[in-house]
Design a protein around this ligand. Structure first.
Ligand code: GLN
Length: 318
């Protein structure tokens, strides 16, 4: 068992604490972060301090008058310095919560966003409605693995293939799959976009393709928050063009990999819905079915497509 990282604060004779209690550290750091434009200053302070004190964030509140051991204060100070220079909190603590699951993150992977939970909700809703008990999922550009892993945790008989062009990202995703007990149902493939080896494609095709692609237009990268632009992998943020090229790839090559009644769920950036619908339907393989807003910022966030059925009732693959 770890030694406790906090001890009770001693008070001076006047009863006033001159030491850095949890309470003082939190209030000082929140103010400091506020002055340095760190996003969600109070939350950021709590996450870092809980990590330094090796406790849950909620436990800070029961230890308000405790003091942190000096070596922990040193660690905390270092992280505060780095966070105030906009290094993402999730990279500093090496974790991010997504869909109520804790994911390991490193600078090799995009930090899972709360908005992206919408995509998992779409997948789970669809499987429920369509009565898919053993769906076979494809996650294109998996990064930390958050989409595929969250879906598998909630679909206990599903299997998935997750691809990424980055071997370093796949290593993180493999760790996360093991952490959440889904490694035996999840196959990772180092592949560029949809260039999958035939042996990982299920007979009859995948039932669901999900993808949170790098959709930020290259021309707007410099407008991103410094924490995103300077620290997250640009490979996961932008395609170096207008942010639509992954949708083009899916539109052109997706149908070959999918079952006739498959669904495609893609995340989109702000204001991209119309452009993505156009790109996805241009080749004539897919039809737009649904647009879902996220609950975080209320933007159109996920588009759903189905395979277009040919007039003769075939799936149009031939
Ligand atoms: N949603 C991320 C952001 O706003 C971008 C992720 C992506 O390009 N898929 O920074």
């Amino acid at each position: 068992m770890n030694a406790p990282a906090t001890v009770e604060a001693r008070t001076d004779q006047g009863g006033r604490s001159e030491t850095w209690t949890i309470r003082r550290l939190l209030s000082w750091t929140s103010d400091y972060f506020g002055r340095h434009q760190v996003i969600d200053a109070r939350l950021a302070s709590e996450v870092l301090l809980a990590h330094a004190a090796q406790c849950r964030r909620i436990d800070l509140y029961t230890r308000f008058d405790s003091i942190l051991e000096p070596e922990r204060v040193e660690c905390f100070r270092g992280w505060v310095r780095r966070a105030s220079a906009h290094e993402p909190i999730a990279y500093l603590v090496g974790q991010k919560e997504f869909f109520s699951l804790s994911f390991k993150v490193t600078p090799d992977v995009l930090i899972p966003r709360a908005e992206t939970e919408t995509l998992v909700e779409c997948v789970l809703d669809h499987c429920g409605k369509a009565g898919l008990t053993h769906p076979q999922l494809l996650d294109l550009g998996t990064g930390s693995g958050c989409l595929a892993i969250a879906a598998l945790v909630h679909l206990p008989a599903a299997t998935a293939v997750a691809t990424d062009v980055s071997a370093a990202a796949l290593e993180v995703a493999r760790f996360n799959a093991a952490r959440h007990g889904v490694s035996d149902r999840l196959t990772f493939v180092e592949a560029d976009r949809l260039a999958l080896p035939a042996e990982v494609v299920p007979e009859g095709g995948f039932d669901i393709l999900m993808c949170n692609p790098p959709y930020i237009p290259a021309s707007t990268m410099d407008k991103l928050d410094a924490a995103v632009r300077d620290y997250e992998p640009s490979l996961a943020l932008t395609d170096g063009a207008e942010g639509l090229s992954f949708y083009r790839t899916i539109a052109a090559d997706g149908a070959e990999l999918l079952a006739a009644d498959a669904m495609i769920f893609v995340e989109i950036g702000d204001g991209q819905a119309q452009a993505v619908v156009e790109v996805m339907t241009a080749a004539g393989n897919f039809e737009h079915r649904q647009t879902r807003k996220d609950r975080v910022v209320g933007q159109e966030r996920v588009l759903a497509f189905t395979m277009k059925r040919a007039a003769d009732g075939s799936d149009g693959k031939g």
